[in-house]
Design a protein around this ligand. Structure first.
Ligand code: ADP
Length: 246
């Protein structure tokens, strides 16, 4: 059932040709917690993310957030409702500096202010504060394309934070990132959650998922097959079967 306090889907479905990438997914994510969405490759996690964040329109079903129907709304409307997201393949502008990327990030959700050039000094101060927070402030004038992949992920997360989202959806935050930076990303997620932000994280790194999450939802073939605390989900025979085919 949908939860008026959190992000929920009911019967969400999206097909590509003959493939049902998301197949009637009914899920509720817990507001105020770190939620993980896991599942084998091709189980529909990214398509689900894209339906929720307005990147693609679901064929049927609903997306609600805090009791509001967001089904089929475009990405800027989802962002305005309080949901920010990162991408599996990091989206930064490689020829812009780190600081410029931060300023572009905020204006994606404040188009009118881009036109009138308002609040620039405030935005710069906020951007610098967030770069300190994620630990890449010393790189503010470096072109983003010259950062390591992990640093680009940190920049993308900082960019998401520019919009002050109360819920943050991260698509594979640790994918392709070296272990030291994975630790930092995990710590940041925990700190941000302790400050009241809700997370929904798609991640393949099971050590990170199991140590970080309060609630894990497991997808297989486009829909949830199990959910619960990490220790419970890890032992669930349906999950072992989905992953290992046993
Ligand atoms: P996951 O993120 O769990 O790996 P995806 O959502 O990327 O899963 O993919 C789910 C299924 O949908 C896969 O079979 C994939 O090949 C298919 N799919 C995803 N996106 C597209 C697309 N744009 N066009 C055609 N098929 C797609």
């Amino acid at each position: 059932m949908s939860d008026p306090d959190g992000l929920a889907t009911e019967g969400l479905t999206k097909s590509f040709g003959g493939v049902r990438a998301v197949d009637g997914a009914t899920v509720t994510f817990h507001q105020g917690r770190i939620n993980a969405l896991i599942g084998p490759n091709g189980s529909g996690k990214t398509t689900f993310f894209n339906c929720v964040t307005g990147m693609i329109r679901p064929d049927s079903g609903t997306v609600t957030y805090r009791g509001r129907d967001l089904t089929g709304r475009p990405p800027h409307r989802i962002a305005r409702a309080g949901i920010g997201r990162s991408f599996q393949l990091c989206r930064v502008f490689p020829r812009m500096t780190v600081l410029e990327n931060m300023l572009v990030a905020v204006r994606r959700t404040r188009l009118r202010e881009l036109l009138v050039g308002a609040r620039q000094a405030e935005d710069i101060a906020k951007a610098r504060g967030l770069l300190v927070r994620v630990g890449i402030d010393h790189l503010e004038n470096v072109e983003a394309g010259n950062l390591s992949y992990g640093q680009q992920k940190l920049l993308e997360l900082a960019g998401v934070l520019m919009g002050d989202p109360e819920t943050i959806m991260l698509d594979e935050p640790a994918g392709g990132v070296n272990p030291a930076l994975i630790g930092r990303i995990g710590t940041l997620i925990r700190e941000l959650n302790a400050e009241g932000r809700t997370f929904l994280v798609v991640e393949h790194n099971m050590d990170l998922v199991m140590s970080l999450s309060h609630h894990v939802v497991v997808f297989d073939r486009g829909r949830p097959i199990a959910e619960g605390p990490p220790a419970v989900v890890r032992e669930d025979p349906r999950v072992l079967e989905a992953y290992l085919g046993v």
